[in-house]
Write a protein that binds this ligand. Structure first.
Ligand code: BGC
Ligand code: IFM
Length: 814
């Protein structure tokens, strides 16, 4: 069943009913100001940091109900309705919600009044714009009352939720004409405030939630709206809101529009105060002025469309498969930008108050956006590296506002250091900008300890070399990619749980998965050393890589697949000797991607085992058999019921690893089959089972052991976006950036006749045609660049050249 459909021309998903299985959301904002907005207008916004600069409020554990947003009430006689259906939920005569690139539009009607609500964040300003257009389609004049609603969060969202005894007394607002200023904290000589304005005179306002709603009513039946009259309430403490009251009278056929701006302003920290508690408004006024006419809003929307057109034109494919094209050209790249911007911080499943930017997450997110915003990727790499410690380990997360490591979470995840090499390598292959390696970067944000970025990579690699266990495999520490595999949990205390484990980091548990990473990213690091003129170091690194490869082939091979790990007692995990959790997906993907056992036939064997033991109709589950009971020595993983999350859920993030691995092994049919199973556009038709948005990936789909097999959770903020884009663009379509230029090496289904790719790379446009009339799965027989036949499948990079026409013919050629 579907609840809408794609419009590829407009790059939109059109939701045709408010009754989606879960709120289906979109993100607004591209740089500093971000918003979440659902298909019933729920959601919230923040500036840079969802924890420290939350502008509007959210109610937690509220999915699917989704009961707070910025709302517009239309009172037409005794009928009250919202363009997004919620919160009043009056049945609408027509409804649609169009989620597009950085904007969302609601189009609905009731009793022959049509409303359109366009919401977006302009490309270069810190505000949300909501343009509400109303049209009277009746034969008589209409008198309508409009009420707006936005509920302010008192900035620090964690404090706002926990310390409300204080916050009930701190809230402050100021009302000037049609503008409501939210200035809580300003008297502490903070320099930021928010405002909510409308471009026409109001006939009333409310700034106290209790006054607007009435003591016992909620947003579905606010007293103010029922009465048809604002109370002009001025909030002192309690819950400050912004609500405008407008009266409109529309002749038959007439329409009118209102432009609401919800903005964030930061004055220079050393600005003079006008008077204690009085905010300095000039920046706010400028912003209001900038978006006060329809022409200005139209221009800002146009600029937003152009911004996305330009970004998305950097990589596009044309194939025989419209779902593939739609995901590659639009939605996958769009989601990559969102995960890059937000890491795992704020979604309908992530609170925004917990995680900031994850070290491993952000490094992997780079894989999906280096080709889109290389200059921002550069800065991100430097920010991430600055949270590394001198021994090469790192904070696991950092706050985007302060860029400081999060001490509550700390370090000890032993895969983290190697992801820095992965992210930096991707940047270098995309841009060829080796100057980044010379940038001075602090350790633990201490500038006195700054060293070139290359030294950070050296220490990343060095950390893994220096932390090996009894089998010569990397020590896992608190966990590797799989946060829930906490193998250093052991205790004789009855009732102890992984949450209270004190020995998480100190034990000798080892990870075969990090072993695979070591081989893959160690080799990439060796290439980087070589290109930087450190041939001797490169050779030493390669030696270490070979030692690790041997350790994985030896202690990491179980006979038919790669072992997952060794626990703190050196007992194998993810081996046929285990009762449950005999085979895990992660090492199969990573070790094959690293090329381990490729020649020896282990890779094919491991992939076959994945297909036999882990595959399902909805994707590949993380492990089998699922853990049915709790094992303290395995940590959080077995705390999940079978089939959920890391305990045998279909963890979408590592499905593309298998697809990549299949491509490395040359199996195009299977690589695509794996790609399609979790790809949103291909499961759109089973939206009633899948339930999350059919235009983006979710973190997890319930596995075959779960009662809700096939149901997805935790949409949007997942490394799946970046990895599937790396998979489809580099491994399947085979356009592979290398340090020396672009390689063309597709791995596609035998039945695919070919495709074309437009790729912007290092200042040049590449028009690539792949011809597979031979009907093979892999292997470029001939590569012709601007009419010249190449000796191999690498397009030589010529500095200053701006266009390349490339033809790759697959299969044996004379
Ligand atoms: C997992 C969660 C887990 C958390 C603990 C996440 O990455 O997906 O299930 O609770 O890590 O750190
Ligand atoms: O690898 C992690 C990631 O850092 C956060 N989400 C879950 C993944 C698997 O545990």
């Amino acid at each position: 069943m579907q609840f809408g459909h794609f419009d590829d021309q407009k790059k939109e998903y059109i939701i045709t009913t408010p009754h989606t299985p879960l709120p289906w959301i979109n993100y607004l904002g591209s740089k500093d100001f971000f918003s979440l907005i659902s298909n019933t207008a729920g959601g919230y916004c923040f500036y840079r940091d969802a924890k420290l600069r939350r502008i509007t409020r959210y109610r937690y554990n509220d999915c699917p109900r989704d009961s707070v947003g910025r709302y517009y009430y239309i009172k037409d006689g005794s009928t009250i309705w919202n363009p997004g259906w919620k919160p009043v939920q009056t049945e609408l005569d027509s409804y649609c919600c169009r989620h597009g690139m950085g904007y969302t539009v609601f189009e609905s009607s009731k009793n022959d009044v049509a409303a359109s609500l366009e919401c977006f964040v302009p490309v270069s300003d810190n505000c949300e714009i909501h343009r509400l257009t109303l049209q009277n389609n009746t034969e008589t004049e209409k008198e309508l009352d409009i009420f707006s609603y936005a509920e302010f969060c008192l900035w620090n969202a964690a404090d706002d939720a926990n310390n409300f005894q204080r916050n009930f007394s701190t809230g402050e607002v100021e009302i000037v004409g049609s503008t409501i200023y939210h200035k809580t904290e300003y008297r502490e000589r903070r320099n930021h405030f928010a405002f909510y304005t409308v471009n026409k005179p109001v006939c009333g306002f409310d700034t106290s939630r209790d006054s607007f709603c009435g003591t016992d009513s909620g947003l579905a039946q606010p007293q103010t709206v029922l009465e048809g009259k604002s109370h002009n309430s001025v909030a002192h403490g309690w819950a400050p809101i912004g609500s405008h009251h407008l009266k409109v009278s529309l002749k038959p056929g007439e329409s009118t529009s209102y432009i609401f701006v919800l903005g964030y302003v930061e004055n220079p920290a050393d600005d003079k105060w006008e008077a204690p508690g009085i905010i300095k408004k000039d920046r706010a006024l400028k912003l209001m002025e900038k978006y006060s006419t329809d022409a200005q809003v139209d221009a800002a929307l146009k600029e937003l469309h152009k911004y996305w057109e330009k970004l998305l034109s950097r990589f596009s494919v044309r194939s025989e498969d419209e779902k593939l094209d739609r995901m590659v050209n639009i939605w996958n790249q769009y989601q990559c930008m969102v995960t890059f911007n937000l890491s795992r911080s704020a979604s309908y499943f992530e609170s925004g108050t917990g995680r900031g930017m994850g070290f491993r997450d952000s490094c992997q997110d780079l894989l999906g956006i280096v080709h889109l915003v290389p200059e921002r990727a550069r800065q991100r790499i430097l920010d991430i590296a600055a949270t590394q410690f001198e021994d090469g380990s790192s904070y696991h997360q950092y706050q985007p506002l302060t860029k400081k490591g999060n001490a509550d979470i700390g370090s000890g995840f032993n895969d983290d250091p190697l992801w820095l090499i992965a992210g930096t390598g991707a940047y270098l292959r995309e841009t060829g900008d080796f100057s980044i390696l010379q940038e001075q970067v602090a350790f633990n944000n201490d500038e006195t300890k700054a060293q070139p970025l290359l030294e950070h990579l050296r220490r990343s690699f060095g950390y893994s070399c220096a932390h090996k266990g009894p089998h010569g495999l990397p020590l896992i520490g608190r966990a590797d990619w799989n946060d829930c595999l906490n193998l250093n949990c052991f205790s004789s205390e009855p009732g102890e749980s992984f949450q209270t484990c004190s020995n998480m980091e100190s034990g000798k548990a080892e990870s075969v998965f990090i072993g695979g990473m070591f081989v893959k990213y160690g080799s990439e690091y060796a290439d980087i050393c070589e290109h930087s003129g450190f041939a001797q170091e490169a050779a030493q690194v390669r030696e270490q890589v070979e030692v690790m490869r041997a350790a994985v082939m030896d202690a990491g091979w179980d006979g038919e697949w790669f072992v997952r790990a060794y626990d703190a007692f050196s007992t194998p995990v993810g081996s046929h000797v285990c009762n449950e959790g005999q085979i895990f997906i992660e090492p199969q993907g990573m070790c094959v991607m690293a090329g381990i056992g490729l020649k020896e036939g282990l890779a094919d064997r491991a992939l076959k085992s994945v297909q036999e033991k882990l595959d399902t109709k909805y994707g590949i589950v993380l492990l089998q058999p699922a853990y049915t009971t709790y094992h303290l020595n395995l940590g959080e993983i077995s705390s999940y019921p079978p089939g959920y999350k890391e305990n045998a859920g279909i963890f979408c993030h590592n499905n593309p690893w298998i697809s990549c691995a299949e491509a490395v092994a040359g199996h195009g049919d299977r690589a695509f089959e794996v790609y399609r199973k979790t790809c949103p556009a291909y499961v759109e038709e089973i939206s009633e089972i899948h339930r999350t948005e059919p235009y983006v990936y979710s973190q997890m789909v319930a596995g075959k052991d779960a009662p809700s097999f096939g149901e997805a959770k935790n949409s949007w903020l997942t490394g799946t976006a970046a990895w599937t884009f790396a998979d489809v663009s580099q491994y399947l379509l085979g356009i592979q950036p290398e340090l020396d230029g672009l390689r063309v090496n597709p791995c596609i289904p035998q039945s695919c006749k070919g495709f074309t790719v437009q790729r912007f790379y290092r200042g040049a446009q590449y028009n690539i045609t792949v011809d597979n009339t031979a009907g093979v799965q892999k292997g470029v027989g001939q590569l012709v660049v601007d009419g010249v036949q190449m000796k191999e499948n690498l397009i030589p990079y010529v500095s200053g050249k701006t266009e390349y026409t490339v033809k790759a013919v697959l299969g044996a050629c004379e």
